[in-house]
Design a binder for this molecule. Structure first.
Ligand SMILES: Cc1ncc(COP(=O)(O)O)c(C=O)c1O
Length: 435
């Protein structure tokens, strides 16, 4: 018996070493890390620049409470990060992960309005979304299978449809008119809540864990942002998965010229070396209330070692970012070439090194496999047996059914490794779902 409360029924292999885009288990088996864990590892495994920075920070100041001290690590990281964020006078609140960042962002949005004399209780989110597993973050997440056991605790959110181009909720308007339709629905939803009732609209600029690397049409974000601005609704861009170079730019927002009021970050921020999440807000949001009036805080927020890790990752990313778009194109091209005519591949999509393959039972109707067939689990297992780690997601089609294979390898993955990753992914899919 293990004393670990395991995350899955299968017993996973025990990892003993990881370098670059490779992981070894205790039997000596080698795996290509096609997903950087849960789309986390950007600068690669075993980056001594990061481990050295964390060690040096722990040796000087290991921990101080954020309300009692600041540190050079936190101050200099925030100053450097602010230069790449798509917002004016960014203020950064470091936390310990994506869900904590989302909790913080939601409370910040409400506090902002309260400080301005408006009690806005409602948050609007999107049906095809994932924002985390803590209660507040789950309340704004649209993934039914994760919400279901906790439904009595999840309230106060209104949902609009996600921009899911493969299964566009407005097929009659698709592709040229669907962004306008999304914006109209968002405006209607806000207006139906009543004047000054909606605090924020939270969404992933590019769909991640739930809709799988869904890139909206170019006019989607300008239209959605305008609706929010006109109604005083804060726009929270959740870039936990898409931030820090994953999509070929610093942030997903950068592809659309989107300038959110609040951003949530995590995963690639510290590339897995430290459990780091971040909330960034504009100077305007920050200045609406005195700092000590924001009723919030965690024991481990503003952690100096997290800041040292994040800063070391940021420095490394400056040298890596320029090559990500081309690597993403190479991976996408290889996946499309091998899968475009596969009868059970509905869509191959993505941007940069965030790519997804949507598997379907029937391509002409885009009907998904029933969940009980556990297609994704089979593909994941076959790939692992072949020394390849992929990430996945289920429920994209209707909340329960729908199989997505997600690839998000470290941004330092070599071109040869990307080709091998594509080949292994194609092989696993074809073995589980013969042509
Ligand atoms: C967009 C988004 N937000 C929030 C989260 C939650 O982050 P964490 O798992 O670090 O709590 C995730 C995790 O996948 C995510 O993809």
């Amino acid at each position: 018996m293990s004393n670990v409360y395991a995350r899955s029924a299968d017993s996973p292999p025990r990892a003993v070493r990881a370098r670059g885009s490779l992981i070894w288990d205790e039997t000596g088996r080698r795996y290509l890390d096609g997903s950087g864990g849960a789309i986390v590892v950007g600068v690669g495994h075993g980056a001594t620049e990061v481990t050295d920075a964390i060690a040096a920070q722990l040796a000087s100041v290991g921990y101080v409470h954020g309300s009692q001290f600041t540190t050079e690590a936190v101050d200099s990281y925030a100053a450097d990060l602010a230069t790449v964020l798509p917002m004016k006078d960014a203020r950064i609140y470091p936390v310990s992960g994506g869900s904590e960042a989302v909790e913080t962002a939601l409370k910040l949005a409400r506090s902002y309005h309260l400080a301005r004399g408006e009690d806005r209780p409602v948050v609007i989110a999107r049906t095809g979304s994932y924002h985390g597993n803590s209660r507040g973050a789950l309340a704004v997440s649209g993934r039914p299978s994760l919400r279901e056991p906790y439904t009595p605790w999840l309230s106060g959110t209104r949902f609009v449809a996600a921009a899911y181009e493969y299964r566009c909720p407005f097929p009659q308007a698709h592709p040229d008119g669907c962004a306008a339709e999304h914006a109209r629905r968002l405006a209607d939803t806000i207006d139906r809540c009543g004047a000054n009732r909606v605090a924020a609209f939270i969404a992933e600029p590019i769909g991640g864990a739930t809709t799988g690397a869904c890139v909206p049409t170019p006019d989607y974000w300008p239209r959605m942002a305008r609706v929010c601005r006109e109604r005083g609704v804060l726009l929270i861009a959740d870039e936990v998965m898409t931030g820090f170079g994953r999509t070929g730019r610093w942030f997903g927002c950068d592809h659309f010229g989107l300038r959110p009021d609040i951003m949530t970050l995590g995963k690639g921020a510290a590339s897995g070396y430290w459990p780091l999440g971040l909330v960034a807000c504009t100077g305007t949001v920050h200045d609406a209330q005195p700092a000590n009036r924001f009723v919030h805080g965690f024991t481990y927020s503003h952690h100096p070692a997290g800041a040292a890790a994040g800063h070391a990752v940021l420095r490394l990313l400056r040298g890596i970012l320029g090559g990500v778009a081309a690597k993403g194109d190479r991976l996408a091209t290889a996946l499309s070439a091998g899968l475009a005519d596969h009868p059970h591949v509905g869509d191959v999509r993505g941007i940069g090194l965030l790519q997804a393959i949507e598997l379907v039972a029937d391509r002409s109707s885009a009907s998904p496999f029933p969940r009980r067939r556990r297609v994704l689990e089979q593909v994941t297992r076959v790939a692992a047996d072949d020394g390849m780690v992929v990430y996945g997601s289920t429920g994209c089609a209707n909340g329960a059914d729908g199989d997505l294979v997600l690839l998000g390898p470290p941004l330092v993955t070599t071109q040869d490794q990307l080709d091998t990753m594509a080949a292994k992914t194609i092989r696993a899919i074809t073995e589980v779902l013969p042509r």
